[in-house]
Ligand binder design. Structure first.
Ligand code: ATP
Ligand SMILES: Nc1nc2c(ncn2[C@@H]2O[C@H](COP(=O)(O)O)[C@@H](O)[C@H]2O)c(=O)[nH]1
Length: 402
């Protein structure tokens, strides 16, 4: 398979000779993939934002700074790197928090290949490794004023440990009671457009004259918390999500009539007359698409709120006695700063040695990577983690971490 060895570069100081003519700022790893060497850490990092990446192309003898996509790890005080399946590098971050220590840098996955075509540059993409799998997100769409927010609030109130809301970005101004980061991330248009350009959004659309969008991070953060993600987005957004990597359930909420919709919008009292008229004009096209476009798995009619809520719960498998959701156990994996990594078939072995007076202990963390799912630009899920404690007198115990 031509696996590259795990490299460790400890305590490198400025200006060390690394054989590449690369000025080191410390903590780089070098991973060969074909005729490219991926240098991770130090040299290209701007010290505050993230771990830097440079590529040395052996066939041309040139350095390339790639376009870097996905959620990036924060600057770290060292890491180890090992190549997985010739298309991604697994990185374990030293001395990191338990839920932040395994990362993947995709260098030749399908996603990266596609992005290379779009950008016309070298591209690499980060994703964070997490254990377990996420439940299918639920996309809820429907015309403005139909009652989407009301239904979602009821669901979140009744099942707070089960559902989490995907907080969208928008360029519209906050309404009276709306809080930044809770109801929306209220954003300047140029900032949002720049983030869209850099691939941070799962979908976005111009809705009633403002820009709205779901960031990849908003959806993944809910899944990370062990909850099922709910998205409240318009029909254009639902179409984009349908075409994306995200496997979701799509529900369209329909009003009993246009007249009733108008009454609800007016009674809510949050829009100006012009805005109400604009929303009502858009509603007609949205209802037509919601009912006929094939985007949606289910249509719910919100005539009577309680009935509609019952039907929504039924669809989500919460009818009758709802299952009690157990929070997934926290993933206790926290490699110390002096760990090393090696690869045996589909298992990554992180070797964490601790030397105390009179007691030499070896702690092996085994990462089974045979069932990885997802990946950049979201998360790499399905890591399976076990820890083995070896003491000087031999095998002491195996702890199942999940
Ligand atoms: N079945 C119903 N019968 C009567 N009023 C309802 C019903 N469902 C919701 N409403 C009311 O209609 C108004 C609009 O509801 P809501 O704000 O939830 O709509 P929305 O679809 O989230 O709108 P937007 O897309 O603009 O955010 C609210 O005042 C809400 O209380
Ligand atoms: N495509 C997206 N549509 C979104 C998103 N967040 C909200 N919305 C939709 O916008 C309208 C108006 O919302 P309002 O809060 O201004 O009343 C509504 O239909 C929402 O569903 C998003 O991230 N993407």
């Amino acid at each position: 398979m031509g696996e590259a060895p795990a490299f460790f570069v400890d305590n490198l100081q400025n200006g060390f000779s690394n054989g590449f003519g690369l000025k080191s700022k410390g903590f780089e790893t070098f991973t060969d993939v074909g005729d490219k060497t991926f240098v991770i850490g130090g040299a290209n990092s701007d010290s505050t934002s993230s771990v830097g990446i440079q590529i040395y192309d052996k066939s041309t003898g040139k350095w390339v700074i790639p376009t870097v996509l996905g959620t990036k790890p924060k600057t770290c005080k060292g890491h180890s790197a090992i190549l997985l399946n010739e298309d991604r590098i697994m990185i374990s971050i030293r001395g990191s928090t338990p839920d932040d220590c395994i990362w993947f840098l995709e260098v030749d996955t399908e996603y990266v290949k596609e992005q290379k075509k779009d950008f016309g540059t070298e591209v690499v993409a980060w994703s964070k490794g997490v254990t377990g799998e996420a439940e299918k997100p639920v996309v809820i769409s429907g015309p403005s004023g139909v009652g989407k927010g009301t239904l979602i609030n009821m669901l979140m109130k009744e099942f707070p440990s089960m559902f989490g809301f995907s907080v969208s970005h928008t360029t519209r101004a906050p309404r009276g009671m709306e809080k930044n980061g809770v109801h929306y991330h209220f954003t300047e248009r140029n900032v949002m457009e720049n983030d869209i350009k850099h691939g941070k959004f799962l979908e976005f659309a111009s809705v009633h004259g403002n820009l709205y969008g779901t960031s990849i991070e908003a959806v993944e953060a809910v899944a990370d918390s062990g909850k099922r993600c709910i998205l409240d987005i318009d029909v254009q957004g639902a179409r984009s999500v349908r075409a994306s990597y995200l496997d979701a359930v799509f529900i369209f909420i329909c009003p009993p009539s246009m007249r009733e919709l108008e009454e609800r919008l007016r009674a809510r009292g949050t829009e100006t007359e012009d805005q109400i008229l604009k929303r009502l004009r858009n509603a007609e096209a949205e209802i037509e698409q919601g009912e006929s476009s094939g985007i949606f798995d289910y249509i719910l009619y919100n005539h009577n709120l309680e009935e509609c809520y019952e039907n929504l719960m039924e669809l989500l498998g919460l009818g009758g006695s709802a299952p009690i959701k157990q929070k997934p156990s926290s993933k206790v994996i926290d490699p110390p700063s002096n760990h090393s990594v090696s690869k045996i078939n589909n298992k990554m072995v992180i070797n964490c040695e601790t030397k105390e007076v009179g007691n030499e202990a070896k702690n092996l963390i085994i990462l089974d990577v045979s069932s990885l799912k997802g990946g950049a630009p979201g998360r790499t899920r399905g890591l399976n983690i076990h820890a083995i404690d070896l003491f000087s007198d031999g095998l002491n115990g195996i702890r199942e971490l999940r």
